[in-house]
Design a protein around this ligand. Structure first.
Ligand code: SF4
Length: 214
């Protein structure tokens, strides 16, 4: 099944999404650290518990990544206004063939929102991956508005899943379906290539005519 993380990987590099979909990749990122810190603090369980959660589920835990995230993390008072209904919730749409892990479901003024934790806030609005998270989430949960918690500034931003946002999310799902069917996207050389665990294979894998459509 296509996961939300495959879809957001596509935004980093379409070919990376191919590799992650077909071969998997267990990484430990700053975003994962921030997410676990958020979930533990929201339950009043402290940051040691966040570390335990990661150690239990991710064998690539790195202390320096966790400490970096912890040093920048802001636990804002505005979160007190959001009533937690559930957390770490998986939604699946058999029709779309997509599954989605929502960090938290919250209630504010009698409206339910999926909430995702992110790192630095842009000057205004939200980053594209966060907009896509909101779009995919709306397609699967039917909750039209999503909250993004920018953990390094303690800001909350709300994304409306407009028709345009949903359409963009659908288009990415379609691209992932093509990848699932074996289409290999073209290379997208960026700074990320220096960190990419698939770099060697990627260099040796030629583009095909079909790559141009991804
Ligand atoms: S090496 Fe670069 S182009 Fe190739 S999959 Fe990784 S990020 Fe994409």
């Amino acid at each position: 099944m296509i996961r939300l993380s495959h879809i957001t990987s596509y935004l980093t590099c379409p070919r990376l999404a191919y590799y992650r979909y077909h071969f998997g990749e267990e990484i430990f990122s700053e975003r994962q650290a921030v997410r676990e810190i958020y979930l533990s603090l929201r339950r009043g369980l402290g940051t040691d518990w966040a570390k335990q959660r990661i150690l239990a589920t991710n064998k690539n835990f790195k202390d320096e990544i966790f400490e970096r995230a912890l040093n920048k993390f802001v636990f804002s008072k505005v979160l007190e206004d959001l009533r937690c209904l559930d957390w770490d919730v998986v939604f699946t749409s058999e029709d779309l063939g997509v599954s989605l892990l929502v960090d938290e479901i919250v209630e504010f003024r009698e409206e339910r929102f999926p909430l995702f934790v992110s790192l630095n806030a842009p000057k205004e609005g939200v980053w594209l991956p966060d907009q896509i998270r909101a779009g995919v989430s709306a397609l699967i949960t039917n909750l039209n508005r999503t909250i993004i918690y920018y953990a390094y500034s303690g800001e909350i931003r709300v994304v409306d899943a407009s028709i345009g946002v949903r359409r963009r999310a659908l288009k990415l799902i379609e691209r992932l379906k093509m990848i699932k069917n074996g289409f290999m996207p073209k290379r997208n050389e960026t700074n990320y290539c220096k960190l990419c665990s698939f770099a060697e294979d990627c260099k040796q894998t030629p583009e095909t005519f079909a790559s141009k459509f991804l």
